[in-house]
Every structure is written in C-alpha cells, then in structure tokens.
Design a protein around this ligand. Structure first.
Ligand SMILES: Cc1cc2nc3c(=O)[nH]c(=O)nc-3n(C[C@H](O)[C@H](O)[C@H](O)COP(=O)(O)OP(=O)(O)OC[C@H]3O[C@@H](n4cnc5c(N)ncnc54)[C@H](O)[C@@H]3O)c2cc1C
Length: 383
C-alpha cells in the first residue's frame, strides 16, 4: 500500500527530479515513486550505463575493509544486512531477477608474502567483528577444486555475497517505471537552477524544467553540473576500473564463490560468465582498454584458476568509480533547500544501494536525516 508523502517542502504534490539513472538515482527514485511522489529521472546517456553497469556486483563489506575504513564498515555492514529485504521489496515491483548469490567470498594466497598479508587482514578484520574463517589448503581446494594447486591457506567470508549489477539495474528500472516513475534518456542536465537559497529545477538544452526537489546522483560526473555554489559542488572524481569477462561452461563452472587474489578478483555469474576485475587508475574519464591492464588481470586470474586458459573472452570494458575525497559516500541535504545529494560511493555503490535508497527517501519523506548517514553529508568537506 502506498503511503501519502508528508511534504517537507510545503507543496501538496512535490515533484522530484533525479539527475542520473545509476543504482543511486533509480534506487531512490523507485522508493519515492512507491511512496507516491512524482519522480522524473534524467539521464545523459542510455539508462544505467555508468558505473553501475561496469561494476562487479560484490557486496563485500567484510573482505574489502582496510585500515582507515573502520567507520565506513558500520555503513557497509548495515547495508549488507539490508539486502535480503531490499530484494524482497523489489520482487514485489518487478519480475526481473537480480541474481543475488550467497555463496560467500574466498580470499587466497599463493606465496609467503601473500600469506603474511592475508594473516594481517584476517587479524585486522576479525578484530572489527567481521565473521571470517581461516581455511588450510585442503579445505580451500575442497571448496574450489579448480584452484591452482599452489594455493596456500585462505580466508572465507560467509557474509560477502554478490548480485548481478546489470540485472539489478534492469530490475530497478522496471520497478521504478511500474510504480509510475518516468525516465528521460539522452537528457544531459546542464545546470541546476537555484534562487534565494532554494532549488528551482534543472536546465536541459537551455530549457528549464521546474522541480521541488532535485537529487544529484550523477556518479563520477556529479561535480560537472553547473549552477551550484562552489562549497556544495561534491568533491567527486572518476577512478577508472578496467575489467573483462570470460565465458565458462554453464554446466561445469570453474568457480562457485567470489575469489579474491592479491591482484584481482573473480566473480562467477549464474549465466557462466566469469568477471575478472579490476584496475584502479587515476586517468580522469579516459576510457581506453589497455593491453597492460588486461594482461595483468588475466595473468592473475590464470594463476588462480589455470584452466581459464581455454575460455573465450566475451567482453572487456571500463567504468568510473565516483570517488569522494575520503572515499566515503556523500549523502543527504545541502544548504540549498530542496537539493539533495547521493554520490561519491566509490567502490561500494552496489553494496550501499539498499541503505542509500532507504535513507535518502526517508529524509525526503520526513525531513529528518537518518542517523546512519548523519556523518556523511557534504558539510564534512566544508572548512
Ligand atoms: C570497475 C568497477 C567495479 C566496481 N565494483 C563494485 C562492486 O563489486 N561492488 C560495489 O558495491 N561497487 C562496485 N563499484 C562501484 C559502483 O559501481 C558505484 O559506486 C555505483 O555504481 C555508483 O552508482 P551511481 O548511481 O552513483 O553512479 P552511476 O552508476 O555512474 O550513474 C550515474 C549516472 O548519471 C549519469 N549522468 C552523469 N552526468 C549527467 C548529467 N549531467 N545529466 C544526466 N545524467 C548524468 C551518467 O550517465 C550515469 O548513468 C565498481 C565500480 C567500477 C567502475
């Protein structure tokens, strides 16, 4: 049943404009449409072909946690736990299956250096309460028989799952449309119009479109839209990631779990694709696929699963992580009334999708900033 929106902006039927059709824009757009808001998503290119399309879909709050990310772990773990209910809700609004897989993640080591690093991370991550299991080489090979025989010990994270981000995107798009939302492809927002401290709408091809609430969710491009005062331009830059996919025999997949190695990760999909990623490059919006990147990813994947040698490469691509100055997302209102931000999710945007959608739609509905995102506003960058 739809709940009538409580309008924090003193209109009976607030119009929400969302800039960007990635997991952030569509996730929030869907939740708001379900609540009865009139939501228009404007997308510069084709729907959802940004970072959300390019990602690996790992929901790896545990094994991705590095020193310095202890605080972010609270956010990522919270979102990780929200996934099952988020998917249940999504299934009420669409028949498209996002292929959530809950086999967990293995982190492996091949030599003593890598083993030392594995031990360090195991100690650090377990110390933060992450549920990890140390496995000896026999136990690892039992779980993944195609692993290189040189594999030493490994760590198993039973809560770090995966979703097929491309199907997730299609599911969100369908759910959004089914709940009454409208998507406008090939509509690049040039600027956001602000008057007397209040958002008025957006400009596309020099045409003004009025809105009561503007949600900026333009991923790595979030700092490139005109009209914002300099102190609330989100400090987000693109961090390039190159990836490739091999096609396994769907009846005899070479891996069941997500596998992390020191130089790559391997993500087996339901359709037999094996996703291999990813580089981390500061190259602006340069979208070239390079020999060096593919070589190092393939070399690392081959060292992990030697029998990939015969598999066809079915796709190569790259994407741009929307990365903020402190690698954490930028979520919530700004000093401009009606202007809301959901950007800067760096390498965690898929993992954080449920939390982003729920907290931002709750803020728009109630006017209260949910406690989970209180520390993630744009104001943390304003000196
Ligand atoms: C290689 C790679 C691997 C990754 N792997 C993972 C992973 O395993 N797990 C995980 O959780 N995260 C992962 N990520 C990160 C994740 O993909 C992102 O954090 C997330 O997709 C960001 O979503 P978004 O909606 O903010 O941005 P996007 O998906 O980039 O969407 C933004 C949209 O805004 C549009 N846009 C831009 N400018 C304008 C404009 N002016 N007007 C209108 N529209 C505009 C863009 O065209 C784009 O479609 C990965 C990212 C990359 C690149």
């Amino acid at each position: 049943m739809k709940t009538k929106p409580k309008n924090i902006y003193n209109r009976s039927s607030p119009r929400v404009t969302v800039i960007g059709s990635g997991v952030c824009g569509l996730g929030i757009g869907w939740r708001l449409s379900e609540l009865g808001y009139k939501v228009d998503v404007f997308e510069a290119e084709e729907v959802g072909k940004g970072a959300t399309w390019a990602a690996a879909g790992m929901l790896a709050a545990g094994v991705e946690c590095e020193p310095g990310e202890e605080k972010l772990l609270e956010l990522t773990t919270k979102s990780q736990k929200m996934w099952p209910n988020f998917l249940k809700d999504l299934a009420k609004s669409t028949d498209i299956n996002p292929h959530y897989k809950d086999e967990g993640t293995l982190v492996i080591a091949f030599n003593n250096d890598e083993l030392s690093k594995l031990k360090f991370n195991y100690k650090f991550q377990s110390g933060l309460g992450i549920d990890l299991e140390w496995l000896d080489k026999e136990e690892v090979r039992n779980m993944e028989p195609h692993l290189n025989t040189k594999t030493l010990d490994a760590v198993f994270s039973k809560n770090d799952h995966q979703v097929d981000n491309r199907f997730l995107l299609l599911a969100l798009m369908d759910a959004f449309k089914n709940s009454g939302g409208k998507i406008h492809e090939k509509h690049r927002v040039e600027s956001i119009k602000i008057e007397k401290g209040r958002v008025k709408g957006i400009v596309i091809d020099s045409v003004f479109h009025e809105a009561d609430i503007v949600l900026l969710a333009a991923g790595a491009h979030s700092s490139t839209i005109d009209g914002l005062p300099s102190n609330i331009i989100p400090p987000v830059r693109p961090v390039k990631g190159q990836m490739l996919a091999l096609q396994m025999d769907i009846n005899r997949p070479l891996a069941k779990h997500v596998i992390w190695t020191p130089n790559s990760y391997l993500v087996p999909r339901d359709d037999g694709r094996l996703i291999i990623g990813a580089t981390v490059e500061e190259r602006g919006f340069n979208s070239e696929i390079t020999a060096g990147a593919l070589y190092s990813l393939l070399e690392s994947a081959w060292r992990t699963l030697p029998t990939i040698e015969e598999l066809p490469i079915v796709e190569t691509w790259c994407g741009f992580r929307p990365t903020s100055r402190d690698d954490a997302p930028i979520l919530g209102p700004t000093e401009i009334e009606g202007l809301v931000l959901a950007t800067g999710h760096h390498r965690n945007g898929i993992l954080l999708a449920p939390l982003t959608a729920d907290t931002i739609s709750e803020y728009i509905l109630t006017g209260n900033i949910p406690s989970e995102i209180e520390d993630y506003g744009i104001d943390r960058f304003i000196n």
